[in-house]
Ligand binder design. Structure first.
Ligand code: AVJ
Ligand code: FE
Length: 436
């Protein structure tokens, strides 16, 4: 891992907190008050809930747990406890108003920066290497992505805009890459801000397999639709087929057929589905069915991570596909710089040593795997971050989307969700076992 001294870590913590708050401010100031308190979908919280929850988590971890401060607002903790109130219930709670929520989050932030200035970065596990600060910056960025999902679900005119990614020539390289079999190191024990579920580093045996060079594109997914993929039970698991029938699914979320072409609504603007862009807003069942139709399968989580981190020359696991350097714009489409994934085949500089592209950024990639603890897992700093979600009901997503900030994205980073979810920025790539 990177050996940063405590001053560099402190600077990184300050910068990460500021970047996160700038984004939170953008996402909660580009619509007016009633839109912040409205519920745009029963799947999501009102934006003003996310805002105060961000402040409340920061208060609990940086002010109370790290610095031992008294609670500023002990009365609001249960309102912003995600386990007390499911999302659908949140608009009915006596939430802070947008103005109160902004003031509260800003008040907490001012005190947190004071704590950060004087914090010893060695000492308790929570402050070692500034972990608690990195955890809270990642938490805010994760809610910023959640708020961006809410913006995508919101009806009404465009509120956000960003330049489109650079166009690239149609990708004509090999469609898949052979990853040699053998053990590799999965997870990490030395990335300072890695979350509990990414730990510890351990060896995994992975048989040889082939994986798509790029994420599956809209054009490829459309071929599955046009071939009657949604009408053919044989491509679907039993649960997936029941889900497709129940919900009358015929295409990714936000798609609409218009004669011979498909349109999609993206952040308040309708456009023709761009053929070269990675497919977005598919659930695990759709990804799994497409893969079967294509004569392939989803990669396991271990396969995905080996494709993303394994350097066959050095026989070691790297932080990212391109090496150990932090992500730059040349490597990956991250950080909501754009409001869409980059075309399939973009970012050759972010490719792996074996030539797999776009593993980081663009779209979250569904894997075949259930969300399970690594051998030697220890919940830290609280069971409700990861441990309570382990089990077969959640599938793992890897790699991060265009809406993920670099602080919350690593070759080891694990996301998870229910197999029916598709409002998230989810796509996939496929794989197949290499015959011995
Ligand atoms: C890791 C994205 C599944 O949003 O539920 C936010 C992150 N945990 N607050 C989620 C999280 C607590 C989590 N995911
Ligand atoms: Fe949260």
């Amino acid at each position: 891992g990177p050996a940063l001294d405590s001053e560099a870590l402190r600077e990184r913590a300050v910068a990460s907190l500021i970047t996160a708050r700038d984004r939170t401010t953008l996402l909660t100031s580009c619509v007016d008050g009633p839109e912040l308190t409205a519920q745009h979908s029963p799947l999501m919280s009102p934006l003003v809930w996310d805002l105060a929850h961000i402040g409340n988590q920061e208060e609990q971890w940086l002010l109370r747990a790290v610095a031992g401060h008294e609670a500023i607002r002990p009365d609001i903790d249960t309102l912003y406890d995600a386990f007390e109130h499911p999302r659908a219930e949140r608009p009915g709670l006596p939430l802070l108003s947008p103005q109160e929520a902004r003031r509260y989050a800003a008040d907490v932030r001012g005190r947190a920066l004071d704590v950060l200035e004087g914090a010893a970065f060695h000492g308790t596990r929570l402050t070692e290497a500034g972990f608690a600060f990195g955890m809270i910056a990642q938490h805010e960025q994760q809610h910023d992505e959640t708020m961006l999902v809410t913006h995508q679900l919101r009806e009404g005119p465009r509120a956000l805009s960003a330049p489109d990614p650079e166009p690239v020539p149609l990708f004509t390289g090999p469609s898949e890459v052979l990853v040699p079999g053998g053990p590799f190191t999965m997870g990490t024990s030395d990335e300072p801000w890695a979350l509990d579920n990414e730990r510890p580093a351990h060896r995994r045996e992975v048989p040889p397999f082939r994986i798509d060079t790029t994420p599956v594109s809209n054009a490829a997914y459309q071929a599955f639709i046009e071939d009657g993929g949604y009408d053919e039970p044989r491509w679907w698991t039993a649960e997936g087929w029941a889900h497709v029938r129940r919900g009358s699914l015929t295409a990714p979320l936000f798609w609409r057929r218009d004669g011979r072409q498909w349109l999609r609504r993206r952040f308040g603007v309708t456009e023709v589905v761009p053929p070269d862009e990675p497919v977005l807003h598919v659930c695990w069942y759709e990804a799994d069915a497409y893969a079967r139709w294509a004569g392939r399968r989803l990669p396991t989580e271990a396969e995905w991570e080996k494709a993303a981190r394994y350097d066959p020359v050095g026989d070691r696991s790297m932080r990212y596909p391109w090496g150990d350097a932090d992500p730059g714009p040349e490597h990956a489409n991250l950080g909501q710089r754009h409001l869409r994934p980059a075309p399939a085949g973009s970012h050759p500089a972010g490719g792996s040593p074996l030539g797999v592209r776009q593993l980081i950024g663009d779209v979250w990639e569904w894997t075949a795997s259930d969300f399970l603890p690594y051998p030697g897992f220890r919940a830290f700093p609280y069971k409700e971050y990861s441990e309570v979600f382990f089990g077969p009901e959640h599938k793992v997503l890897r790699g991060g989307s265009f809406a993920v900030d670099p602080v919350a994205c690593r070759g080891t980073f694990r996301n998870w969700d229910l197999p029916v979810r598709r409002q998230i920025f989810s796509g996939f790539r496929t794989a197949r076992s290499e015959e011995a």
